[in-house]
Ligand binder design. Structure first.
Ligand SMILES: [Zn+2]
Length: 434
């Protein structure tokens, strides 16, 4: 089975819509590097035909993408002065400055707040008003500082999703054209958030599949800021060629090796100051003795089974530490944060134990829906963002849905288990600096 096998089995997916397409990406020196990197890797992994970067100076090195490049017909960087007369199926503008954008795509529109946008024009060097809604990922509070990795990854996933949606009109999403601009976050940040900087010395990531891969990818960018010195990575699975369409840490050379060990080794090379502890067993099988030895400050659930999530939820309650949970399918994804004392646990919020029973029942009659790269990128971005904004966790479940014109929304969670004491738990070892 080849690397694109998993997405080909998505209902209605026609890979040739993507593999025969040419994408142009407008890039300036103001382009956020993480956004660009994640988007390019996403394009390559999903099997886009050709990707052309239009940039002024050699700020982009195609060679850096050699490990991924066997998955794409062509990745090139084009000098903006050369004004190529090439067909383009989609243009993505990542310039992030009005002047550069205007100069590069010779279009009007946009403001400084726009970090990236899609336009609906099909021809590259057209002039005229920019049309169509945009996706913004500007966090009002943080815009004065750096654009956080969480929002960059969110934006990369959201842009990739819109490109794929535009090129490949699946039944599920063909009637969900964006009607309005999408703003992230929809939540109103409160003043208290500005002084609430949680620090997590040790982070346990449970699951090293697509969600775990992308979460770690973005986390590493902010590990210093978050005070991270240790990552515990729990996964018993090994790398399969069909993972390579969405799991960013792996290449063909990693096939058959344990995912947790491959990632630990790669992070170790890039960030020697970080300790990564790979545990190659299922979270269900991590013994009580081992659990006692491990003392993470937070649990990140990147799992695809409710049974395993229920176990992680119990660990969070016993240890009194936060838990961020994410989930995705090809069309949508969501993220939720359980912060003891601030928000209720996963079972009270989304009825995890009931879902576990349903899952056991359903497992015998259907395969799990295949996963795809962009919803995992979006979910991982949302998860990292929630981790940095504990107070926002009370608002509910954050959801991004490509089948809805609104795309992003919050689902209010009122379902409470009266027997659960999660809301009365004290916030664990989150260190609050002001
Ligand atoms: Zn609870």
């Amino acid at each position: 089975m080849d690397r694109l096998h998993r997405q080909r089995i998505i209902n209605g997916w026609v890979q040739s819509y993507l593999s025969e397409s040419q994408i142009h990406v407008l890039v300036s020196e103001e382009t956020n590097p993480l956004l660009l990197d994640a988007l390019i890797k996403g394009f390559i992994m999903i099997g886009m035909g050709a990707v052309h970067l239009i940039c002024d100076r050699p700020i982009f090195h195609c060679d850096d993408y050699r490990a991924f490049a066997n998955a794409i017909q062509s990745l090139t960087a084009i000098d903006s002065e050369s004004n190529p007369d090439q067909h383009s199926d989609c243009i993505v503008d990542l310039c992030n400055t009005y002047n550069e954008s205007a100069r590069l795509n010779r279009m009007k529109g946009g403001s400084k707040e726009i970090l990236a946008f899609m336009n609906n024009e099909k021809v590259l060097w057209t002039t005229g008003d920019q049309t169509g809604p945009m996706i913004h990922a500007v966090n009002k509070i943080e815009q004065a500082v750096l654009e956080p990795a969480s929002l960059s990854l969110f934006l990369a996933g959201a842009v990739l999703a819109e490109v794929v949606r535009k090129l490949m009109p699946l039944e599920k999403w063909k009637h969900s054209e964006m009607q309005h601009d999408v703003h992230f976050p929809l939540l109103t940040a409160t003043a208290s958030d500005e002084t609430y900087h949680p620090r997590y010395p040790s982070i346990a990531v449970i699951g090293a599949g697509a969600l775990g891969n992308w979460f770690l990818y973005a986390l590493l960018d902010e590990a210093m800021l978050l005070g991270v010195s240790e990552i515990i990575l729990i996964d018993n699975d090994s790398v399969d060629p069909t993972n390579l369409n969405r799991q960013v840490f792996f290449t063909h050379e990693d096939t058959n090796k344990y995912k947790a060990e491959v990632i630990a080794e790669k992070i170790g090379q890039l960030y020697p100051g970080l300790t990564v502890i790979p545990i190659t067993s299922r979270v269900e099988d991590v013994t009580f003795f081992d659990r006692k030895k491990l003392n993470p400050s937070i649990l990140i659930s990147c799992l695809d089974s409710w049974k395993a999530r229920a176990i992680v939820n119990e660990i969070a309650k016993i240890k009194g530490i936060p838990l961020i949970n994410g989930g995705s399918d090809p069309y949508s994804c969501n993220a939720y944060g359980f912060f003891p004392g601030l928000s209720c646990c996963l079972d009270c919020a989304i009825g995890i134990n009931a879902k576990t029973e349903l899952e056991t029942h359903a497992a015998s009659c259907r395969d799990a829906e295949p996963s795809v790269v962009f919803t995992n990128m979006i979910a991982a971005g949302l998860m990292l963002w929630l981790m940095q904004h504990p107070r926002q966790s009370c608002s509910g479940l954050l959801q991004y849905d490509l089948t809805q014109p609104e795309r992003i929304g919050t689902i209010d969670l009122r379902m409470k288990n009266e027997n659960c004491r999660c809301l009365t738990l004290k916030t664990g070892n989150i260190e609050v600096l002001s």
